[in-house]
Design a protein around this ligand. Structure first.
Ligand code: BG6
Length: 486
């Protein structure tokens, strides 16, 4: 969100040979360079365990970038040859981290850089503590410029582990130097929700318990766990999606107006919304797991048949839950959240469902034809907003039908930036608005602790359906149903 310029720096990627680096980070950095955001004074140092030479690293990056987009060959080669560096971490011992820090220092001297450093930890959770300590003890923050550390999710796997990770980070970094990534916050629509809500008084005046009947947040994926079975076993849908992505979306919908358009003000309001959630009863939560299905000749394996998953796994691949926010704005308005793998299609959508008209004028005229007014905020597959309402059909008999006003971001503005592009550029300009604070991550884990003890019953659903029936029953208690658009 910041429009400050990017200072010369070294961007150090720990986990430089991994999937995230190849698919997301390097392409995003290269796009920022192509747009002129980054110059020749922005170097990238890859660090990982493999003992490869610089030529091999540069060739690998070149290939990876060509695989994810069409680039000007000459420019890409020039970037690889002049801005990319590699240092092996060998065993990952304290000495290896010292060697890395010396290597960065030597590069900075050679290229006359001021010592600004981004440390991006694109690593599995188990490697985080050792890496933070290794870098910290090797004195990576003792340069003449600034140092910022970026951490990928999952940030801990429960409240104690998240707190321990924060304590360790704060031993070497001030909170203002820590950037916890939740890539959902980099999606254009999430940022635009702030504009939508706070720059348009007509919507803000409807955004409360007097006018809103319920809020639904759906993050549905059609894919299964693919090759990530082993990781997913230790995580499950709750830790993988709800504790972070869905909770972030929910607090952006629920937060109060911040006093300023600044990182601290916005993050504080989100935190206040999170703190206002009443303790969640296990009865208001449904865990599910997909079973196999066959579409024509194409068999879809159940979760228990996926590689790396035990045949008796009770890990959830689906979560639906009801939450209540105990504050002046939202008291009594249920927030329904759901996410799952192997659902019918990919859809990320927030539905704000408004209260019915207080009269029964048209209900008696054309029974069943009235649908509630809804605001649908779609993040995927195509970002945009739809405001849904009823209109009279022309002529006789008198009938109503549902219609919508649509706003599609790409139609209005052309291709949108990729989430990582936005987030990396914010790291480089020092804007923490779209990053998760230590307090937020700890509070979210604390709120969800009772649901993470491994005691929730699992309800099975067939791959390709919208999840277990119990998830529908959760809404029926209040006469609601899941909305899937207009
Ligand atoms: C990741 C999860 O954080 O988000 C994945 O680990 C999930 O399991 C992915 O598939 C979804 O992201 P997106 O942007 O495709 O909705």
């Amino acid at each position: 969100m910041s429009d400050q310029s990017v200072a010369p720096h070294v961007f150090i990627i720990l986990g430089a040979t991994g999937d995230l680096t190849r698919r997301k980070l390097l392409p995003a950095l290269y796009r920022l360079r192509s747009q002129g955001v980054l110059s020749d004074d922005a170097l990238v140092v890859g660090a990982a365990l493999p003992d490869m030479d610089l030529k091999e690293f540069r060739a690998g990056v070149y290939e990876a970038l060509q695989a994810v987009g069409s680039h000007d060959d000459k420019e890409l080669r020039r970037w690889c040859d002049t801005c990319l560096y590699y240092q092996s971490l060998k065993q990952g011992s304290p000495k290896d981290y010292e060697t890395l820090v010396e290597y960065i220092g030597a590069l900075e001297r050679q290229r006359h850089l001021p010592g600004n450093r981004v440390l991006y930890l694109a690593l599995p959770p188990t490697s985080l503590p050792g890496t933070i300590e290794g870098l910290g003890e090797a004195g990576v923050t003792r340069s003449h410029g600034w140092a910022r550390i970026v951490i990928e999710k999952p940030f801990g796997h429960d409240f104690p582990s998240a707190r321990a990770l924060n304590t360790l980070l704060h031993r070497y970094f001030d909170e203002s130097q820590v950037y916890r990534i939740d890539h959902y916050l980099g999606k254009e629509t999430v940022q635009n929700m702030l504009a939508f809500r706070f720059a348009n008084p007509i919507f803000e005046s409807l955004w409360n318990r007097d006018k809103v009947e319920s809020v639904q947040i759906t993050v549905a994926e059609d894919l299964g766990v693919e090759h990530r079975g082993a990781y997913y076993q230790g995580s499950g849908a709750f830790r993988d999606m709800v504790q972070n992505h869905l909770t972030q979306l929910m607090t952006v919908v629920a937060m109060e107006v911040p006093v300023a358009f600044e990182a601290d003000a916005i993050r504080n309001e989100k935190l206040k919304a999170l703190h206002s959630i009443t303790p969640i009863s296990t009865e208001d939560v449904v865990f599910g797991q997909y079973t196999s299905w066959q579409i024509k000749d194409h068999p879809i394996p159940g979760y228990r048949e996926e590689p790396g998953v035990p045949a008796d796994s009770t890990t959830e691949t689906y979560v639906a839950m009801k939450m209540e926010i105990h504050n002046w704005r939202w008291q009594g308005v249920p927030f329904y959240l759901r996410t799952g793998k192997r659902l019918p299609r990919k859809l990320t959508q927030i539905a704000v469902i408004f209260r019915d008209a207080p009269t029964h004028l048209f209900r008696s005229l054309v029974p069943g034809s009235i649908r509630p007014n809804m605001l649908l905020i779609t993040l995927q597959p195509s970002e945009g907003f739809s405001l849904c309402f009823s209109v009279k059909n022309p002529g006789r008999p008198f009938q109503l039908s549902p219609h919508a006003l649509h706003f599609a971001y790409e139609k209005a503005f052309g291709p949108l930036p990729e989430a990582y592009e936005t987030l990396l550029s914010d790291v480089l300009t020092g804007d923490q608005t779209l990053f998760v604070s230590a307090d937020f991550t700890e509070s979210a884990w604390r709120l969800y602790s009772p649901l993470l003890k491994g005691t929730m019953p699992i309800h099975f659903y067939t791959a390709g359906t919208w999840g277990p029936d119990e998830a529908d029953r959760l809404l029926l208690q209040k006469g609601h149903q899941w909305q899937l658009g207009w």
